[in-house]
Design a protein around this ligand. Structure first.
Ligand code: RP5
Length: 185
């Protein structure tokens, strides 16, 4: 291996995390770990920690202010109930913020989390995914990174093909049960 290749490999393995996943409470982890699992499928190793908008407001400000200089490109924030974490992070950084509404123990029915994250005022966007939609947040973060990374882009293409294969398996399966299907003759 040439010196240049060795130095390139070293850069690839030693750079800091490109995606930050934060959540209001450890109780959000069961849902939010889905974002990390998804990113790992595209060989992106995110960082993951707890930052509470209400209980650790200074930690929130520090995290949001330092994220860009630490090399993070996208922040995924998950919270439930009166879910102010994604909006307040977005208020404190120019990085893209993806919000995950979590149906938490203190959530009435999930709508409180959804609307708290979705209904941001003009000027401070949060890209909101579905209730408990942490996996989609991981995919969306990978798609943002893929704009400047052909390796991640290739893995996303393969993932799309895999999804197609899975559905086509189901098409065959359902057809074999004897249902009429003129479309896939
Ligand atoms: C939110 O309150 C957290 O994001 C979590 O979804 C919810 C409940 O938190 P715990 O009481 O379980 O710590 O701030």
């Amino acid at each position: 291996m040439s010196e240049q290749q060795t130095s390139n490999n070293k850069q690839q393995t030693t750079h800091g995390p490109l995606v930050g996943i934060i959540m209001g409470s450890e109780s959000d982890l069961d849902i939010m770990k889905g974002a990390a699992e998804m990113l790992r499928q595209f060989e992106v190793e995110p960082e993951l920690t707890i930052v509470s908008a209400h209980r650790t407001p200074e930690r929130l400000r520090d995290y949001a202010h330092q994220a860009k200089e630490r090399g993070i490109k996208v922040i995924i924030c998950g919270a439930g109930g009166a879910a102010h974490l994604p909006g307040m992070v977005a208020a404190n950084t120019i990085l893209p913020v993806i919000g995950v509404p979590v149906k938490s123990s203190n959530s009435i029915d999930g709508w409180d989390s959804v609307l708290s994250i979705l209904q941001m005022p003009y000027g401070v966007p949060v890209a909101t995914v579905a209730l408990n939609g942490a996996k989609n947040a991981g995919i969306l973060a990978a798609q943002i990174l893929a704009l400047h990374d052909t390796s991640i882009a290739g893995k996303l293409e393969a993932y799309k093909e895999y999804q197609d294969d899975i559905v086509m398996e189901s098409v065959k399966n359902v057809k074999s049960m004897g249902f009429r299907n003129e479309f896939d003759r």
